[in-house]
Design a protein around this ligand. Structure first.
Ligand code: R5P
Length: 308
C-alpha cells in the first residue's frame, strides 16, 4: 500500500469521481472530495474544504472527460490548491488523458497539443503523471518528471472473462495499435495476430482500409485499440474482418468516448461486444461493458508513489 499520510483527491466529473472512490478504497487511503463550482461566466472554481495540513502527498484523480478543457483547468487548479496547502508530492492520475492524439504537426499551422498540455501540467506542480493506455508512449516525455503508462488489456481480458483459444486472432485496426496487440499476444499466449492499415483524411476525418496482414477466416477476432471515439475505425475493421470470413468480432478499447452514433455504427458493422475501461463516464449501452481499472491502477501507483 502507499505510505500513510497520502490521500486521494477526487477530480471533477462522473468518471473521475467513480475512479477516485475505487482507487482510495483499493489503496486504503483517505479520499478528499473538493467542491467544484462554476462562476456565472462559466469560469471554473474549486475548493478543498478539508484540513489537509499534515499530509505527505496526494494522488489527484482527474480524467480528461468532456469537455477536456474543463478537466485540464480543474487539474491545474487542484494542483495549485494543494501546493497552497503545503503539499509538495502531487501525482496526477489521469485515467484518460486527452490531447494525446495531436502529437505532431499533421497540417501546417497546428500545435503539438500534447506537448503544450504536458508543459502546463508539469509547471502547475505535479511531480509525477500516471495514465492508462496513452495514445503513444513517447508523448509522456513532454512531462517534466516520472510517468507511468499502464497497459490495461491483459487485465481487461481476464476481468471480462475473455480468453485466447485456438480460433482466436488478435487484430490491430491500424499499425499504431500493433505494439499493443504484440504485447497482449505475448502476455496471453495468443499465437495468432496481425494488423490492418488505415488511412484517415486529415480534413474530413474519414477512414479507409488500405492493407492487411491477417487472414481471419473461421476465427474469432479480438480487435484492440486505445480509444473509440466516433467508432469509425472499429466499424471499418469489423466489417472487413467479417467480410473476410471472421466468425465474430469483439473489441477491447481502453477508453470509450462513444461520440454521436458510434454504437449504432459498430452494431451495423457486426461488432458483438465492446469491452472498455471505466476511464470515462459510463454510457448505457447494449454492447459496451465496462471493466473497473482501479485495481490495476492501485497496484501500479504504489511503486510510483514510493519513488518520489
Ligand atoms: C487513432 O490512431 C486511434 O488509435 C483510434 O483508432 C482512433 O482515435 C479512433 O477514433 P474513431 O473511433 O473516431 O475512429
Amino acid at each position: 500500500m502507499a505510505p500513510d499520510s497520502w490521500v486521494v483527491v477526487g477530480g471533477w466529473g462522473a468518471a473521475s469521481t467513480e475512479f477516485s472512490e475505487g482507487l482510495a478504497r483499493r489503496m486504503m487511503l483517505h479520499l478528499v472530495k473538493p467542491v467544484f463550482k462554476l462562476f456565472p461566466d462559466d469560469e471554473e472554481y474549486v475548493r478543498i474544504e478539508e484540513d489537509i495540513d499534515n499530509i505527505k502527498g496526494a494522488i489527484v484523480v482527474q480524467s480528461f472527460e468532456k469537455p477536456a478543457s474543463r478537466s485540464l483547468v480543474y487539474s491545474i487548479l487542484i494542483a495549485d490548491a494543494l501546493r497552497e496547502a503545503g503539499v509538495s508530492n502531487i501525482v496526477l492520475m489521469a485515467p484518460y488523458m486527452a490531447y494525446t492524439r495531436q502529437d505532431r504537426v499533421f497540417l501546417p499551422g497546428e500545435p503539438i497539443s500534447v506537448r503544450a498540455v504536458m508543459r502546463a501540467l508539469s509547471s502547475s506542480g505535479y511531480k509525477a503523471l500516471a495514465s492508462i493506455e496513452v495514445h503513444k508512449d513517447y508523448v509522456l516525455r513532454h512531462f517534466n518528471g516520472p510517468t507511468l503508462n499502464m497497459f490495461p488489456f491483459t487485465y481487461m481480458m481476464r476481468e471480462a472473462g475473455v480468453s485466447c483459444g485456438e480460433d482466436t486472432i488478435i487484430v490491430a485496426p491500424d499499425i499504431g495499435s500493433l505494439p499493443r496487440v504484440e504485447r497482449l499476444a505475448r502476455e496471453t499466449g495468443c499465437t495468432s495476430y496481425g494488423y490492418l492499415v488505415k488511412e484517415r483524411d486529415r480534413v474530413t476525418g474519414e477512414v479507409r482500409l488500405v492493407k492487411s496482414t491477417v487472414d481471419p477466416r473461421g476465427k474469432d477476432a479480438i480487435v484492440v485499440d486505445d480509444i473509440i471515439s466516433t467508432g469509425g475505425t472499429i466499424a471499418l475493421a469489423s466489417q472487413w474482418l467479417l467480410e473476410k470470413g471472421a466468425k465474430s468480432v469483439v473489441v477491447l478499447a481502453a477508453h470509450y468516448l462513444g461520440v454521436g452514433d458510434a454504437e449504432e455504427k459498430m452494431v451495423r458493422a457486426g461488432v458483438s461486444r465492446v469491452i472498455t475501461g471505466n476511464t470515462l463516464p459510463r454510457k448505457p449501452s447494449k454492447i459496451v461493458a465496462y471493466v473497473d481499472l482501479t485495481g490495476l491502477a492501485a497496484s501500479q501507483l504504489v511503486r510510483l508513489v514510493y519513488s518520489l
